[in-house]
Design a protein around this ligand. Structure first.
Ligand SMILES: [Zn+2]
Length: 43
C-alpha cells in the first residue's frame, strides 16, 4: 500500500506518470509522491 510521505495517509489521487511510475497527490497535506520511490517512504 502506498502512503503519503508526510502523514502516511492513504487518501490520494493520481496526477500522472513520472519516469514510467505512477505519481500521486496527497489529498490531506497536498504533497506529491511517486510509486516505488523509496526516498519518500519512512526513513
Ligand atoms: Zn500527504
Amino acid at each position: 500500500m502506498i502512503k503519503c510521505k508526510k502523514w502516511r495517509r492513504e487518501k490520494y489521487v493520481k496526477t500522472g506518470n513520472a519516469s514510467g511510475k505512477q505519481r500521486y497527490l496527497c489529498k490531506e497535506c497536498g504533497c506529491n509522491f511517486i510509486e516505488g520511490d523509496k526516498r519518500t517512504n519512512e526513513k
